[in-house]
Design a protein around this ligand. Structure first.
Ligand code: AHG
Ligand code: MN
Ligand code: MN
Ligand code: MN
Length: 335
């Protein structure tokens, strides 16, 4: 029988052989993975489970919450509260941070998550996911929202799950990127794509082109060149994909390369983009860099940004190194 490596086995090896993760971080990742399994179960039930549609509430981002946004958030909170490895949690769906209740032991880590990424895909049966990030708490028992305000370079682990044709978990603890597929019958995550790498060059890009009229000049210049294809200055054809769930767009890039962009635009000059730095951009930037790619906000490495508040937004350009460098260079040219 073919021997398969499970997530548990992979994490124990990392702890023992490579010494890259301490035992409490390993256990924390296992709990997150278990919560993702539960979310996957609810997602897969769809209309049969009564999980589709709107919850009728709004989150702090001003978005209408879908039932699955709320269910996924509750599953992650509940699963991670009692494990003893966390000091507090923060979520896209919660206005304030969620400290560990005093009835449970506290640990030294902070967990941040986008419980359900790609909410607009839920009701049309298109892939969605969960994104998470782990930081160390600098303040022990006195954790506040301030404790979370660390640059992404301080992350000790990050990853995502995708609920699609297959349910997968993609993880980094700072030692490369590995993808595990959920074996539903066995209930285990099996290592299926070890050491994911993003090629430096690509002919595929992802951007919501309906916003083209709002873009700033460096983005327009870059996209115009891609669209011009073989007849333009790049002398090469480019293809476009947009799933409208960052998690799946980034997964495609980790599987076969590409560049993903959600730029700031002229609609609201005070808004530095749509995506959230702490729940979306930082964990994805950590994964992308670990796979040999790059991630910037157009001017600066995402992982170097000092957050000012937990729900902060940011412009995102990430993926194949040479394309991210090119569009980042166009921003520098325009200054
Ligand atoms: P969420 O569902 O967690 O609010 O995030 C949705 C985000 C991101 O996943 C995706 O890339 C982007 O919004 C899609 O935005 P558009 O609808 O503007 O294309
Ligand atoms: Mn949302
Ligand atoms: Mn999201
Ligand atoms: Mn979300």
């Amino acid at each position: 029988m073919q021997r398969r490596k499970t997530l548990t086995q992979y994490l124990i090896e990392q702890q023992r052989e490579n010494n890259t993760i301490p035992a409490d971080l390993r256990l924390l990742i296992e709990v997150v993975a278990r919560a993702c399994k539960a979310i996957s179960y609810h997602v897969s039930k769809g209309a049969l489970g009564g999980v589709l549609g709107s919850a009728g509430s709004e989150n702090v981002q001003g978005e209408v919450q879908k039932k699955l946004d709320v269910i996924s958030n509750e599953i992650l909170l509940e699963a991670n509260e009692w494990g003893g490895n966390l000091a507090a949690m923060a979520s896209e769906e919660l206005e304030e941070i969620h400290p560990i209740p005093s009835t449970y032991p506290k640990g030294e880590y902070l967990l941040l998550f986008d419980p359900l990424d790609g909410s607009s895909n839920i009701d049309v049966n298109v892939s969605i996911g969960t994104i998470f990030s782990v930081l160390r708490s600098p303040d022990g028992a006195d954790t506040t929202a301030q404790s979370f305000l660390q640059p992404g370079s301080k992350q000790v682990a990050a990853g995502y799950a995708i609920y699609g044709p297959q349910t997968v978990l993609v993880l980094t603890t700072g030692n490369g990127v590995n993808c595990f597929t959920l074996d539903r019958e066995m209930g285990s995550w099996v290592l299926t794509q070890p050491d994911m790498r993003i090629p430096e060059d690509t002919a595929e890009y992802a951007i919501n082109a309906s916003n083209a009229r709002h873009w700033y000049p460096p983005v327009t210049r870059y996209i115009d060149e891609l669209v011009a294809g073989k007849d333009g200055p790049r002398q090469k054809n480019f293809n476009m994909r947009w799933i409208a769930a960052m998690v799946t767009d980034v997964h495609r890039i980790l599987c076969r390369g590409g560049i993903f962009m959600y730029p700031a635009d002229k609609r609201d000059p005070s808004k530095p983009g749509k995506l959230r730095l702490m729940y979306e951009a930082n964990p994805m930037a950590f994964l992308v860099e670990q796979a040999g790619g790059k991630a910037t906000n157009g001017t600066e490495r995402i992982l170097d940004i000092q957050p000012q508040q937990i729900h902060e937004r940011v412009a995102v350009f990430l993926g194949s190194k040479n394309e991210v460098e090119r569009v980042t260079g166009y921003h520098a040219d325009s200054n």
